[in-house]
Design a protein around this ligand. Structure first.
Ligand code: ADP
Ligand code: MG
Length: 680
């Protein structure tokens, strides 16, 4: 049997040069080569007589009548011409700069020829067709031809030359799907699927091969999320009982009525908490939909049950903001709220840590690092993570170590997860959705700004807003993934604005390279209204709530994903006044126009996530680590029918989780996937 782990160098025809080129395609082993699947195909399977041929792709079976090579005068160009006939007619074929063609082609030889028939000097001729002796296993002619992802100096033809001989050596290669699955779903076996995908024997068989490979991708994605779900369900967590008087007391603090959607989401969460197995729920709601108060309801219930709660957020600024909001809500009910962040004084940290270490009910608020820091929890019942899609495997493990059991988990995000992803990568989570904004919100008016004139009139509108007493965010992107450069771009943009358009306005900068205390000071001033324009990097992307800010200007907007832009836009329009969002971009690429245009047309985060998913794939949007196992080559995330069918099969397969253990390759693959879909 073929050894997939052998290096490609062990193959005939692969020397150091070819090996280097293969490496550029990520191909190091024979297994990689077999896994280098065609990007598309050209159908040259239909053999036609020469007389019946029309312009376009053709294949025929002919004899070489004549071969001649000559050098073109003007340039250093070798032209090889051959005349081919099959008894019904003759046709000319031409190759440029392929002098070896003249040596390989022999008059009287019988050949298969595939290529494009094109008009040349009023005559139909073949330009650089593929040609090979007739055989049962043709490589470049007389079949559906695979076209591979190529690299400089390594063509599909050469790749076919390397891959085709491997196809006869695949017998005995193990199946990677459990037999009950291949049987019930009537899937092609693995070896046949690999052979068909490289060298299809017909369109129907090719389709079956694709289906099999798509099925396999989805099966393992879905199975791994279901396994995680199952594992969490077998843990036990302290039940947190619903107390109606506590819920009423919290509501009395709000100063507004919960929306119907908030009520429903809160109730789903509270029901989970009453079980003695850990909740693992995602609360999804567009920016400004009011996730914080729903979290507050769960937190209050944990505290009223004598438990501690931890709330983790991505930035200190957001931690302090939540600290202010939740202190205002919970203090009157008699519950302590503690902040625990890096920039605090040592003495403040000690107080926070002590509060966590006791068994007294308290809410501890910190950054995502809260868990990894040396903080002990005495009595942790509920952990909430804001602006993150889920808890990673490592985070859950840490929590279990810290608390002695796995507490109830709630993650909150403004990035909606399309249904198909919910069933695949996020299948471990229960999901609650807040699909409604609090009453009275006006949608943010969004404009894409291109060119000088548009920029001038944008600055005029911005100045008019400031004249009304409103405030402005200007966001500069992270260039080249370098925080230093991003800081620089924000700083220099602020300088430019101070010197040019906004000499008379108060301008400040905030970026990730500033010390936390300094950032906080700038934020405080902005909240207090002492700054008109805050030039920032994406540190303000998540969570910040300043209702008086009515303008968001994003520079080089094409550098951001739609979800990120939607998040940024969500920083404005949080008060009663009409808000504006300007997306400045000099890029005129078609996809850029389309993506930014989508933001002009809709404020529906769900639609935008769907568009982003279709245009960029899931890796980018959901922060899932770029990893081969997550790249769906054959399956389409949007194919909800296949996704549902595979999910049903995976659920059935998991009915007896121990049965899974008999397939070593299944557990292997699941463990790998569990690691890559985690977000620690
Ligand atoms: P997000 O879902 O983006 O985290 P927040 O929880 O920060 O949203 O809420 C956004 C703003 O809306 C806050 O100022 C909050 O007080 C307010 N808010 C939340 N729920 C309601 C409601 N039901 N009615 C009115 N205002 C609300
Ligand atoms: Mg929020």
């Amino acid at each position: 049997m073929i050894d997939l782990s052998l290096s490609v160098g062990s193959l005939k025809g692969v020397g150091t040069e070819v090996a280097k080129k293969l490496a550029r395609l990520g191909i190091y082993t024979i297994g990689d080569l077999i896994g280098h699947f065609p990007r598309r195909y050209e159908d040259y399977s239909k053999i036609v007589p020469i007389r019946a041929m029309k312009a376009g792709p053709v294949t025929f079976h002919a004899t070489i009548e004549h071969v001649a090579s000559r050098n073109a005068r003007a340039k250093r160009l070798t032209i090889t011409e051959a005349v081919l006939s099959d008894g019904t007619g003759t046709v000319k074929a031409i190759w440029f700069n392929q002098p070896y063609m003249a040596r390989t082609l022999k008059v009287g030889q019988e050949v298969f020829i595939s290529g494009r028939l094109e008009f040349r000097n009023n005559d139909l001729a073949l330009q650089s067709p593929s040609i090979e002796p007739p055989s049962d296993l043709p490589k470049d002619t007389a079949r559906i031809i695979p076209i591979y992802p190529e690299t400089d100096g390594l063509s599909s033809k050469q790749l076919r030359g390397l891959i085709l001989p491997l196809m006869t050596r695949l017998d005995g290669l193990p199946e990677t799907l459990p037999p009950p699955i291949t049987e019930s779903a009537k899937l092609l076996d693995r070896v046949s699927a690999i052979r068909e995908i490289h060298f299809p024997t017909g369109p129907t068989r090719l389709e079956r091969a694709r289906h099999r490979l798509a099925y396999e991708e989805l099966f393992f994605l879905i199975l791994s999320s279901l396994v995680i779900k199952h594992e969490i369900k077998t843990e036990s967590a302290p039940a947190i009982m619903f107390k109606v008087e506590v819920a009423e007391a919290l509501k009395a603090q709000l100063g507004f009525e919960l929306t119907e959607a908030q009520r429903k989401a809160a109730w789903e969460i509270l029901q989970d908490l009453m079980r003695d197995e850990p909740m693992n729920r995602l609360l999804e709601g567009d920016v400004g939909s009011g996730k914080t108060v729903v979290a507050a309801m769960a937190i209050t219930m944990a505290l009223a049950n004598g438990k501690q709660a931890a709330l983790m957020v991505p930035t200190e600024i957001l931690a302090r903001q939540h600290f202010a909001t939740l202190t205002r809500l919970l203090k009157p009910l008699g519950y302590p709220v503690q902040l625990l962040v890096g920039s605090q004084k040592k003495s403040e940290k000690v107080v926070g840590k002590e509060a966590a270490a006791t068994t007294d009910p308290a809410l501890i608020i910190g950054t995502h690092a809260l868990l990894t820091k040396d903080v002990d929890f005495g009595n942790l019942g509920l952990v909430i993570i804001d602006e993150q899609h889920r808890f990673g495997v490592g985070q859950r493990q840490l929590l279990k170590t810290k608390a002695g059991y796995l507490p109830h988990l709630l993650s909150m995000t403004a990035t909606p997860i399309p249904r198909s992803l919910q069933l695949t990568v996020y299948g471990d989570l229960d999901v609650s959705v807040i699909d409604q904004l609090p009453p009275g919100r006006q949608p943010v008016v969004t404009k894409v700004v291109r060119g000088k004139t548009a920029r001038t009139s944008m600055y005029e509108s911005i100045d008019a807003e400031i004249a009304l007493g409103h405030q402005v965010f200007v966001v500069c992107p992270l260039i080249d993934d370098s925080p230093e450069l991003a800081a620089k771009s924000a700083t220099s943009e602020a300088d430019r604005l101070r010197k040019e358009q906004f000499r008379h306005r108060r301008i400040a900068t905030i970026h990730g390279k500033m010390p936390a205390a300094e950032k906080q000071e700038v934020m405080n001033q902005f909240v207090a209204g002492a700054i008109d324009i805050l030039v920032a990097t994406t540190v303000i992307e998540v969570g910040v709530d300043v209702p008086n800010a009515t303008v968001m200007l994003v520079e080089d907007a094409e550098r951001f994903g739609l979800a990120a832009l939607h998040q940024l836009r969500g920083r404005v329009g949080r008060g009663q006044d009409q808000a504006l969002c300007f997306l400045a971009s000099n890029s005129r690429g078609e996809t850029t126009m389309e993506r930014l245009g989508a933001l002009e047309r809709t404020t529906d985060g769900f639609r935008l996530a769907q568009i982003d998913l279709e245009m960029r794939g899931p890796g980018q949007i959901y922060g899932l680590r770029q990893h081969g196992d997550l790249d769906l080559e054959f399956a389409d995330h949007a194919d909800t029918r296949l996704v549902s069918a595979v999910r049903t099969a995976a659920l059935e397969f998991l009915r007896d989780p121990r049965a899974m253990l008999q397939y070593a390759y299944v557990t292997d693959r699941i463990n790998r996937l569990k690691a890559v879909t985690s977000l620690d």
